[in-house]
Design a protein around this ligand. Structure first.
Ligand SMILES: *Cc1c(COP(=O)(O)O)cnc(C)c1O
Length: 536
């Protein structure tokens, strides 16, 4: 069943343009898109199937021997894959940074896949390369706001790059720190530079023990991958405690000086422009001063929060970002572009040259190939999706989206504050907040209890939050995530909290009320709730 004939003549057909509008392929296409639209209008989880059961469908390690008809394969995808996917488009899916996309991306992505341009090399991406450079220019302009002469000079210059387009924030952070590293340990008399000679030689030549990167404990885990991949080592990621959720400039300066005084070199300070867990923004302007004083690179990880710059009302929250040497922005977060769209931007367009690579058959010197300064090789035309979104929404469209999501987070925070059995843990700076469920009597008790009692109660509350989060997810109607945080109210230990990201523009006040009500109902049925309400 579903087995196609194996002959080249048949295979050629797969590569041949379908002849009629009503061809078989067009029917399959219609069928698939109907199914997706149908799926996206349902609950977060449509079918309650155990992960182990789903794994059964993907357990054969052998490559199928014979070809299969596209039509029957499509059916099997609908059955095995689509039916068990998570509906990230649901307005009650408010636990992650991945959310609904505007529907225009479905037809536009066909253009991207249809053309299959490779951005590594201008010979395979004429038109897409200038487009990508323009997108980088527009984002650069949004942050750094240089004059027209600057962009005329650098936007399409073969010897410069305003940034590097990449698959996401992780690669953007690695790229930015890669540039910082190669610049800090660059070539000079008697030394060929770290890119050529490696870290061991570089440390010897420069007489340093270690190279370090500083951020707060709320820094994204991709920074830890970055120092690992760059050979600096995870222990040299100086993640400073931050009970207030942001990196204190005084602490950064002090720790930086101490690090330097022990014979180390501080490579970079990373300020976060919207932390993944709570959406807090580090004091970027002051951190830029600290970086200047310590003589190191200043990187801002604005993977999530960078899009706040579109809003005239809220962009002041990122004040100082324009002083960063490099910046990470993910278009696949608050710019509502499909995944695979990250950017590292460089204040100085010369800087990307410290990672420039050339090869004979490809990336020849003087060519405009973007691949010469990107970590990744072959890359698709994802920049087109960013380009289109920037045009379709415009700055003002994005501004409305950003403003409404921050407004909604504030509304939700008020709802939590008003509810006697919930406790707001971190108020929203951007569209993220954290809270927990905590019976009203316990909230009163916590205010006067001694440390030991507070810790004891918090441990039960932690279990309660874990349980409620899990049961709510399993019920499949809504999704809120959870994390552990240091909180100024409970300095002794971290507490477990619900984490909410209000990204989907269609999430309504009513949805938020329903989510709280569901959590409350679930909580009352748990052992922890009984325990808390019976103890004195
Ligand atoms: C999401 C995020 C990243 C990682 O980006 P990916 O696109 O997931 O690789 C890095 N930093 C911050 C602050 C983020 O929010």
């Amino acid at each position: 069943m579903g087995e196609a004939q194996v002959s080249l003549r048949h295979l050629y057909r797969v590569f041949t343009k379908p002849e009629h509008q009503d061809s078989k392929l067009a029917q399959i296409e219609q069928h698939l898109s109907d199914n997706i639209l149908d799926f996206l209008s349902q609950h977060v989880v449509t079918k309650k199937t155990l992960l182990e059961e789903i794994e059964q469908d993907f357990s054969d390690s052998r490559v199928p021997e014979s070809p299969e008809f596209v039509s029957s394969h499509a059916e099997s995808l609908l059955d095995k894959l689509v039916a068990h996917s998570v509906n990230t488009y649901s307005p009650t899916f408010i636990g992650h940074m991945t959310s609904a996309l505007p529907y225009f991306h479905l037809p536009l992505s066909k253009l991207m896949v249809g053309l299959n341009q490779n951005l590594v090399k201008i010979e395979t991406s004429k038109a897409f390369t200038p487009l990508e450079r323009q997108v980088l220019g527009m984002m650069h302009h949004l942050v750094y706001n240089e004059d027209d002469i600057f962009y005329q000079r650098y936007l399409h210059s073969a010897r410069h790059a305003l940034g590097a387009f990449c698959s996401g924030g992780t690669v953007a952070n690695i790229t930015a720190l890669w540039v910082a590293r190669n610049k800090a340990l660059g070539p000079e008399k008697g030394f060929g530079g770290v890119a050529k000679e490696g870290l061991a030689s570089a440390y010897r030549h420069y007489g340093i023990n270690n190279l370090g990167v500083m951020c707060s404990k709320r820094g994204h885990y991709s920074l830890s991958k970055a120092v690992d991949a760059l050979g600096i080592g995870r222990q040299q990621l100086l993640a400073l405690p931050c009970p207030t959720q942001t990196l204190k400039p005084e602490d950064a300066l002090k720790a930086g000086k101490a690090y330097q005084e022990s014979g180390n070199r501080l490579l970079a300070i990373v300020g976060v422009g919207g932390t993944t867990e709570t959406g807090h923004i580090d004091p970027l302007d002051e951190l830029a001063d600290v970086a200047k004083e310590l003589g190191c690179w200043f990187h801002v990880d604005a993977a999530w929060g960078g899009a706040t710059l579109f809003s005239n009302k809220h962009r002041h929250k990122l004040k100082g970002i324009e002083r960063a040497d490099s910046i990470t922005i993910d278009a696949h977060k608050q710019m509502y572009v499909p995944m695979g769209a990250g950017m590292a931007l460089f204040k100085d367009p010369e800087n990307a040259n410290v990672v420039r690579h050339h090869a004979q058959y490809i990336l020849r010197e003087g060519s405009k190939d973007l691949g010469a300064t990107t970590l990744e090789g072959s890359r698709n035309g994802m920049a087109m999706m960013v380009y289109s979104s920037l045009h379709i929404f415009g700055r003002r469209g994005y501004e409305l989206l950003i403003d409404q999501s921050i407004e909604k987070a504030k509304t939700f925070a008020e709802m939590i504050n008003r509810h006697p059995d919930f406790e707001l843990i971190t108020a929203p700076t951007l569209s993220l907040l954290t809270y927990r469920i905590c019976p009203r009597d316990i909230q009163t008790q916590l205010q006067s209890a001694d440390t030991e009692k507070v810790n004891e109660l918090n441990q039960v509350l932690d279990r309660l939050v874990v349980n409620v989060q899990k049961l709510q997810r399993e019920a499949g109607k809504s999704f809120v995530s959870r994390t552990r945080l240091e909180s100024p109210d409970y300095p002794a230990n971290s507490v477990t909290v619900f984490r909410v990201v209000l990204a989907n523009p269609l999430t309504s006040r009513h949805d938020l009320q329903a989510i709280l009500a569901e959590q409350h109902t679930i909580a009352q049925k748990t052992q922890e709730w009984q325990h808390l309400n019976s103890s004195e």
